[in-house]
Design a protein around this ligand. Structure first.
Ligand code: ZN
Ligand code: ZN
Length: 102
């Protein structure tokens, strides 16, 4: 499970990487939703060296070997779209990004 201060860790990692994706260099201020990824894919390893900042698409791609993970994100996306109806895709992707925990 995640440490109780996971949200603080996420904020710190984002700050240290300049609020940009460390794979494609796109910036959060340009509307890219960022999340923090465990390089070794071990959620319990919250050491700083194991954490990198990725945008939603790079993060999903980094787990593409894990079809269950990708399917779960798509399911969330579809469900959320249905729930939000008129709301923007950016808001949707930002919320989804915050939910990606891996
Ligand atoms: Zn990226
Ligand atoms: Zn990840």
């Amino acid at each position: 499970m995640y440490a109780e201060n996971w949200s603080q860790i996420v904020e710190q990692v984002k700050r240290e990487c300049g609020f940009s994706c460390q794979n494609c260099d796109r910036l959060e201020k340009d509307g890219i939703a960022l999340s923090v990824h465990h390089k070794d894919r071990n959620k319990r390893n919250d050491s700083r060296a194991n954490l990198i900042c990725l945008c939603w698409s790079c993060h999903t791609a980094s787990h593409r070997h894990n079809s269950e993970f990708v399917l779960e994100q798509i399911r969330k996306c579809v469900k959320r779209k249905r729930d939000l109806k008129g709301e923007s895709v950016l808001k949707l992707s930002t919320e989804l990004s915050a939910e990606i925990e891996c």
